[in-house]
Design a protein around this ligand. Structure first.
Ligand code: AGV
Ligand code: CA
Length: 312
């Protein structure tokens, strides 16, 4: 049973849609939000998160913590620029950031504080790189005992999704951005549910999805996600490197409603250096994770829309 949730994301369109889902899920309590500037820039990512909480959340004490994580392998600038567009949407700027504050500490220390203060184990949802969790574990390894489970969008056991020089396209982007962080987290006893690329491939963004949401603009939540998903490319004639999937939204939905997905235990590890850095791979000597390998496409979209329609 998921109760207290700490959400760390990287402010892509689907990360921010995931934030709205969490705010509209009364069965959980969102106790903290961290933002890492991986698939985004930090200022618009933090600001958009504050605005979403202010516009749709009930707890205006919820803060957004900014990450200090760095990478040698940044996301393409074109994708990162989307965070400025979401942050500029009128639907978010109408009420702005309001009283929702930026946390006083960087994201990894905010995570440590929130975990130490928690009276029950906390569920972690990470929809970007694992950098802040790895840094938090380095600062205070004892936080491990306060973590109920980690849900992570990242990794792949098939092909990668990276079109950059000097790598072999065997990795998924969130793992590639900070492979050492994956290794650090793998080196714990934390129960991990991993939504890798395999299941996300079953939920591409299509024009049919956009049209369905457009027809229901009277629901403010569907209007908001329609605006967000208007700035990223759908799957039309064929898949390109920029084709958008509902990667993080699936991870969030899996956490909230595990009947949507199929999971099996897989032992795996990660490569941290060289051309294959960030590649996750199955090996008998690896650590066990609950690998989400299948999703019921229609039930997933129905669940997403039911949750998003609650927004007022
Ligand atoms: O690799 C998937 C991760 C997810 O957390 N992100 C996007 C999701 O937020 C990186 C990514 C892969 N392909 C992309 C991505 C694309 N075509 N556009 C934007 N981001
Ligand atoms: Ca993401």
């Amino acid at each position: 049973m998921v109760k207290s949730v700490y959400f760390n994301h990287d402010a892509g369109v689907d990360d921010l849609v995931s934030l709205l889902m969490l705010l509209e899920s009364p069965e959980i309590e969102l106790i903290g939000v961290g933002d890492v500037p991986a698939d985004s820039y930090l200022e618009p990512g933090v600001a958009a998160s504050q605005k979403i909480i202010n516009r749709f959340g009930t707890n205006k004490q919820l803060t957004v913590a900014a990450s200090t994580a760095k990478t040698n392998d940044p996301f393409p600038k074109e994708w990162r620029m989307d965070s400025f567009t979401v942050d500029a949407l009128p639907i978010l700027n109408e009420f702005g950031t309001g009283d929702v504050q930026v946390a006083s500490k960087p994201a990894h220390l905010d995570l440590v504080d929130k975990l130490l203060a928690a009276t029950e184990p906390v569920t972690l949802l990470f929809t970007g790189p694992l950098s802040d969790l790895a840094a938090a574990l380095d600062v205070n390894p004892a936080i491990e005992a306060k973590i109920a489970r980690l849900y992570w969008m990242g990794g792949t056991f098939g092909g990668g999704n990276i079109a950059e020089p000097e790598q072999d396209n065997t990795a998924e982007w969130n793992a590639f951005w900070d492979p050492q962080a994956v290794k650090r987290v793998w080196d714990t006893q934390i129960e991990i549910d991993m939504v890798a690329l395999e299941s996300t491939h079953q939920v591409p963004l299509t024009n049919a999805d956009r049209l369905r949401w457009a027809k229901q603009r009277q629901f403010v939540g569907l209007d908001f996600i329609g605006q967000g998903y208007a700035i990223v490319p759908t799957l039309t004639h064929f898949e390109t490197n920029s084709t958008y999937f509902l990667w993080d939204v699936l991870t969030t939905a899996h956490m909230l409603n595990p009947t949507l997905t199929k999971t099996k235990v897989v032992n795996c590890d990660v490569i941290t250096t060289g051309q294959s850095r960030g590649r996750t791979f199955v090996t008998p000597t690896g650590r066990p994770v609950n690998f989400v390998y299948d999703v019921d496409h229609d039930a997933f979209f129905e669940f997403l829309e039911t949750v998003i329609k609650r927004a007022k």
